[in-house]
Structures are given as structure tokens and as C-alpha cells.
Design a protein around this ligand. Sequence first.
Ligand code: ASP
Length: 351
Amino acid sequence: MKRVFIALSLLAWTVVSAQAQTSNSPVVSNRIVLVIHGGAGTILKSQMTAEREKAYRDSLTFALKRGYAILKNGGTALDAVEATIKVLEDCPLFNAGKGAVFAHNGKNELDAAIMNGKTLEAGAVAGVTTIKNPISAARSVMEKSGHVMLIGKGAEEFAKGEGIEIVDPSYFYTEERWRSLQKAKKEDSLKAAGKAMKGSAILSNSGQNPDHKFGTVGAVALDRYGNLAAATSTGGMTNKKYGRVGDSPIIGAGTYANNETCAISCTGVGEVFMRLVVAKTVSDLIEFRHYSLQQAAEEVIMHKLGTFQGSGGLIGVDRQGNITMPFNTEGMYRGYMKEDGTVVVKVYAGE
Ligand code: ASP
């Protein structure tokens, strides 16, 4: 009788402790995943030189390896996505940090967001012009400000107070982005004059340009404790209006993470992603409709987005380590690393 009682107690303890292993418990597993994007858009092999393609692939590989090393050494998903984004922000090839595009007023206004899937805490900055790595400022907003989003001068003052690196706005100047702005302005004025050539029109309000490579950067990760995190950073859209904010720093639109569902980072014409609340919708389809990550992401990107003339893509990872990288443009800079440590980097559709 006593033995039966002990056996039953042990069984009860096992059940209770299994229930206590919620998403917040430090359950260590070997499953680690990092997925990144460097923007979607009209990325065609016919328009790419071999050197340029190699430069993109090398930069994506470098960023993946940086974040993956953190996960491999037992670091958190949050640390991994922040470190990965910082590498991409420092690379002039991408539309974030150093390579940010210019707004209509000739300034670089940067947006970024980060989210912790374990706690649903989130942080974002928008319209900042002097923060070298906006993603680190977003993380500080999340952890130290008591708020979710800070904008403009307030965000910059806060970041400075937190010891985050501040640079002169001229740091963000790159010749290539400046030329893109001039081209976009010219196309806009041609259009305004009713002389736009076929296929070269800029739809200035939505920021849609057939030539456009969005170039925003994003990272999502699963760490060995079962936690998810997402981060996105961008310069927005070339020739955007002064003060325009896109989806990237909007929690639920361009960035979202929840341990119970998935971590998502988006890229594309932000106005449509905001209206469709893309990242949270993917999460909701998983939570309330019990879709798989792949089904949910494809539903939103391959079906819904197009019906609203939206273009772009997203990356996602779920708690089981499944990943998704759908896009409805010609290409999306993207890649991932899983527990086997193999680096996978892709650029074009159909790769
Ligand atoms: N989604 C970004 C924005 O609208 C642009 C991009 O993905 O490149 O600001």
C-alpha cells in the first residue's frame, strides 16, 4: 500500500513538474534556429553583377554566423537577433543603419523594433537620425524606458542617456542611396507632369516603385530555452515624406514574437503591412485557427497581401524550430542556420 502511495506521489509530481515547464522555464534543448532577411523587392539575376551578388551573400553569411554563435554558446534569442541586426545595420548594402535610404527632405530617418516572445515585451524607435544602431536603442526602450516606442528627438535623447552610440547624421550618407533619391524625385516630378515613362512611376504615397529593392533587415530566432525573439531595422522607403513611419517599428505589423506561436519580421511596402497587421495576423492564425507557421505565413503573404496590391515578404520561426520565408516579389535576401550549423543563403525566387 505504502509502495503504491509512493508510486502515485511520484506520478503526480512528474505531471505537476511537466506542467510547470511552461515557455518561461529554462528547458534546454539542442534546437536553435536563426533566420534573417535583408529586404525583398525587384531583385533580378539579370540586373545583378557577380561581385554584387557575392557581396550580399557574404554579408548575409557573416550576419548569420554572428547571431548563430550566440545561440550556440547558450545565449538568448534576444541577444542573437540584436547582434545579427547590428551587423546588417553596419553594412552599407542594406537599407538600415549605415545604408539607410533618404527621405524626400534629404535626411535619413531610421526605424527599428525588437520583441521578446517569452514576455511579450517590446521596444521600438522611429524617425531617429543620429543613432548608429537603432536596434540597440529599441532594445533599451524595451528594457529601460517603461514604454514600447519612442520617436525622434526623445528617442535620441533617451538612447544617448543609455550610452548608445550617437553619430552625426552625415554618417548615414552613401552615394548610392543619394542617387536613388535623386532618381525617385525625378520620376515623381515626371509623373506629376504627366510624363512618366511606362513602368517607371513612383506611387509616392505608398512608396511603391517597380525598381525598388526594399533592403530592410530582420532577424528571428529560437534559443535553446525555447524562447523566440524578432527584430527589424530600416531606413524606410526612398523619398518617403518627412516623419513617415512604416511597419518595421510597429509591433504586430512588421515585427512580432510570442513563444506560444512564432517570431516574425517583415519587409515590403510598409503601408500595406500596417493595414493588414501582417506579423500579428500570422501569429493569430496559428493561435486561433491552428494553422502551421507555413500555412499562416503563406496565407498572408501569398494571398492577402496581393489583394491589397502589397508587395514584400517575411521570415518566421516557431517554437518547434519550423521556419518560413515567403515573399511575392522577384527576390528577397534571406538565409538561415539551424542546429546542424549549415549556412543557407538565398537571393532570388525559386532558389
Ligand atoms: N517595410 C519597410 C517600410 O515600409 C520597407 C522595407 O521593408 O524595405 O518602412
